[in-house]
Structure formats: C-alpha cells, structure tokens
Design a protein. Sequence first.
Length: 287
Amino acid sequence: MSDLPPAFPPVRGFPDLGRCRVMGVLNVTPDSFSDGGRWFDHGRAVEHGRALFAAGVDIVDVGGESTRPGALRVDPSEELRRVLPVVRELAAAGAVSIDTMHSKIAQHAVEAGAVLVNDVSGGLADPAMAPFVAASGIAYVVMHWRGHSVDMQTRAVYDDVVDDVRRELRDRIDAIVDAGVDPEQLVIDPGIGFAKRPDSGHNWALLKHLDQLVGLGRPVLVGASRKAFLGHLLAGDGEPPPAAERDHASAAVTALVAAGGAWGVRVHEVAADVDAVRVAARWRAQP
C-alpha cells in the first residue's frame, strides 16, 4: 500500500506509508493492566519486542511506568533501569518509541536510538519535556491528559467530551509550539481511557468523532487496545472479560479508526491489527 497518495500530515522522521501505522505495546513493568508484568524481565522484554517487529508492527513502544487507573508513580531511576537496555537492544531491530513523562528518560532513550517520545501527559508532567523535544527535533506524541493515574478518573467531567478534548489538545499544541517545537514533530492522542470513564460514552464519542481531532491538522494516534471501556461493552450483564480477551474488539476499533484517518494505533496482540490497517487502507483508497 506504499504507492497510495499521502493520507496524513507529515511527521518528522516518519515517511508516509499510505496506511495507518501499528505501534506495538511493550510494558517493562510489573503492574500493567494488560499483561500483569509478563514482559518485566529484560530478556523476555527484548524477545517480545523482536516478536512484535516480526509480526509486522511499525513501532515498538517501550514503557517502564504503568499508567493504568489508580497506578502510583515510579521513581525515575527505576523507570530508566527498566527501559534503557530494552530500547538500546531493540533500536537495532526497528523503530522504537519511549513511553515516558520524564524528559531525562526521554533524552537517554533518544540517545539509545528511540525515534519518538510518547508522553501521556502531553508535556504537563515535566516542564523540561517541551524544550528537550524542541532541541532534539524528535517526533513527539502529545496526549490529552488531566492528571496522574492515581486520581485521573475523578477528573472525567466534560460539558461535551469531543469539544473539550479537542480544545484542550489544541491548547497543548499551541503551548508546545510556542516552546519551540516544530509542528511537524507532533502527533496527537485523545487519551482513550485517561480521565474518560469506561461506563460512560466518553471513549466511544471520541472514536466516533475522530474526524474532529484529525481536523486539528496533526496526525492522530489512538490507544484503545484492551481498555476497560471495551471490557464494559463485552461484559453485557456479566463481568468484563480479562484484558487479554478483548483483542478481537480491539482489532475492530483498529479497523474503524484506521479507515477514519488515524495515523497510528497502539495495540497489544498485533497480528489482527496489522491486517486491519491494510484492509482500512484499501477501503480508504477505493473511489
């Protein structure tokens, strides 16, 4: 599908693929909601990262701090210990991003070969992040964020979730550009599940009206994979299925948002999503 016409605004360092990118999640944590520490061991993390590349992902996103609802912060030195050797090894195999809110960890990861910084706080958690991004020229994901995981769901109060998220993202873009970051470095993320309640329509509204976020003029990354709002849907009148049993629903979301213009999707069990983005690209290319 690389011969399709450009579909997305350019992102520095990322050639247009004519389709939505697939970002594979690699949590080097003991307490992730999605895998419960399965890849916390360094060797297993590297092995899984290589398996993600072999399965067709475009980017492996390495993170050392859980951002599940209620999670407590991790000391930056421990976060760095978890992620840096993994980034260094995987950068030789393909494109690696670093999932962090700390500018110093981002700096070390970029020096080790990371090509993108994925900051769930959109630069709000560390005032030094935007200056680092500006100086380094690295691609940067700006997520919609209203506070740390320990109490973020108490902040899920909106007049109109699509309008409010769009406005708050636009304000973050403006602030980061004012700090010296080139707009072509920026990707935006609506923050599915972050200060959006799983039992409300917050996440569904943002996905349904993705065009409102695409309209901000920057590529959009969607991270809906395995999240609680999907578990709530699949539960019906019973208990939500475990995170690892939500992959079919996650792939359905991937197909829909990829067809709707998402630049990338951040996913866990990647094989179906790799197929889904190619189906969506063909759908978009059809006259």
